[in-house]
Design a protein around this ligand. Sequence first.
Ligand SMILES: NC(=O)c1ccc[n+]([C@@H]2O[C@H](COP(=O)([O-])OP(=O)(O)OC[C@H]3O[C@@H](n4cnc5c(N)ncnc54)[C@H](OP(=O)(O)O)[C@@H]3O)[C@@H](O)[C@H]2O)c1
Length: 301
Amino acid sequence: MKKEVVLITGGTGLIGSVLQTILLDAGYEVILLSRNAKNENSYLWDVEKNFIDKQAILKTDHLIHLAGAGIADKRWTEARKKEIIDSRVDTTSLLIESFKQHKKELKTVIAASAIGYYGFKTSKHIYTETDAPATGFLADTCVTWEKATSAFNEISERLVQIRIGVVLDKNGGALKKMAQPVHFFAGAAIGSGKQYMPWIHVKDLCDMILYTLKNQKTHGIYNGVSSTHITNEDFTKAIGKALHRPILLPAIPAFVIKALFGDMAGMVLEGSRVSNEKIKETGFNFKFENIDLALEDLLGK
Ligand SMILES: NC(=O)c1ccc[n+]([C@@H]2O[C@H](COP(=O)([O-])OP(=O)(O)OC[C@H]3O[C@@H](n4cnc5c(N)ncnc54)[C@H](OP(=O)(O)O)[C@@H]3O)[C@@H](O)[C@H]2O)c1
């Protein structure tokens, strides 16, 4: 029987690299759209030139749209902010135009968004998918991004948008950045340490993507975060436990973080609690609900 083809944009990144294996194991054919197509399952696109390799469009049954310039990779200059938005909105418009042009209808689109939609507020409130967005650069970006990706409804039978939390993976992202100083006995909480950090193990996120791909009843917006609400201090201590390192240093003061990260500082100095009840109510089970088990899996020898 012919395998169904899943096209991943941004498939070379942190999430996409793990997702590729999970989809292949589940019996899909996986192809990628990349700015640097390097192997036979990889097709080229160039948003500035309005170009997507036609072969990728014609083959695709399901699309997973992850591409976007890294939100926390560089300081938020005006140019970088524009790149963060354009790399999400312009890629989305190009994909929609190209599928329309080739009269190719999709069975499923799964598009990334981020929990930055709810803003960063350390409070008792637990945000659900129906909460209104916050204001500020990241929340505004998520609103613009989701509005753009909602137009996938024009070319797809089904659309799922996932507001992703901090993805934990040993190969990169937040965990690698935070585990390094802990490993060298220089780990410390940030600011008050009381800010929440909605997190998800990369395997749970990729399993959730596979689940929504297969489960026809899922559609619309879902939060992609684990069930356990931990603070920055809890997380720092849990990394110390997983790496067998004590956390000896006092928390890094907020003014240092503001000097180092500029506008991005709010993202680490405050943090909201986010619910995953909506996806669980559909029958999805998280494997890593507990931060110690997640870190043991990711950092354990
Ligand atoms: N990781 C997290 O903690 C997290 C949390 C919330 C939301 N998300 C969202 O989930 C998506 C995937 O995350 P990730 O961590 O896997 O991202 P990532 O590791 O930064 O990879 C993103 C991929 O997007 C492509 N890309 C980068 N800059 C681009 C640009 N200017 N124009 C077009 N494509 C570009 C790259 O693929 P090529 O080089 O092959 O073109 C890159 O491999 C992103 O949209 C991200 O914002 C991630």
